[in-house]
Design a protein around this ligand. Structure first.
Ligand code: URA
Ligand code: SF4
Length: 208
């Protein structure tokens, strides 16, 4: 299936999914949004109050900060893909449970495969843990790492930066490095032929 159709199919399946208990409390599922040609995918945790109302990711305060950060690197949200680890709102914004993340993982995997982004930016712990299960965000934020055959950059969640002001300049500095990472990823891609994705990836190689 071509990437645009695959993204549409995933969104359709998500909108009526009942694979985990989160479907009971959702108003609207939030499949994620952005062009199939996006070079960057941002992956957050899960929908909050406003996202659940509107069926769109990052439309509250955290989303506003994400848009401001994108503007600092000359980008708009319409150019990137924005999604989440779980597509339905955990009640009261509680953390998603491992079983819920697992139940939802196939959707995110298919979105990543369809888009084939140059860089995946994880926002927050749960998103990071999907690619780098043992990493500590304070140690690796802003660094690019090869995980599951993908270039992954872990960043603090914008909501965390809103909550704890000292993290905001850290998040900003990490964002400012993104254009160079994308350029470098593009150069590496041209120089080295694509390798097949390792199946059980234990390799986490810091590239730059
Ligand atoms: N926080 C998230 O992790 N995802 C959203 O979509 C909104 C807020
Ligand atoms: Fe389905 Fe994911 Fe929603 Fe659970 S969170 S009901 S797995 S779409």
């Amino acid at each position: 299936m071509n990437p645009i159709d695959e993204l549409k199919t995933v969104a359709q399946e998500v909108s009526e999914c009942k694979k985990c208990a989160l479907h009971h409390s959702r108003k609207l599922a939030v499949p994620g949004e952005g062009p199939a040609t996006a070079e960057i995918m941002f992956i957050g945790e899960g929908p909050g109050f406003h996202e659940n109302e509107q069926g769109r990711p990052f439309v509250g305060q955290a989303g506003k900060l994400l848009e401001e950060l994108l503007a600092k690197i000359g980008m708009q949200r319409s150019e990137v893909f924005i999604g989440n680890v779980v597509k339905c709102r955990p009640p009261g914004n509680r953390d998603p449970e491992p079983g819920e993340i697992e139940a939802c993982s196939n959707y995110l995997d298919r979105q990543i495969q369809a888009i084939n982004p140059k860089v995946i930016v994880t926002l927050g712990r749960y998103s990071m843990a999907r690619f780098l299960p043992n990493a500590k965000i304070s140690a690796i934020h802003g660094q690019s790492t090869l995980a599951k055959g993908r270039l992954v950059v872990a960043m603090y969640h914008p909501a965390a930066a809103l909550h704890q002001g000292s993290l905001k300049p850290v998040l900003e500095a990490d964002f400012l490095r993104l254009p160079e990472m994308i350029a470098k990823a593009a150069r590496n891609h041209e120089e080295t032929p694509a390798e097949p994705e390792p199946k059980n990836d234990a390799k986490q190689l810091s590239l730059f």
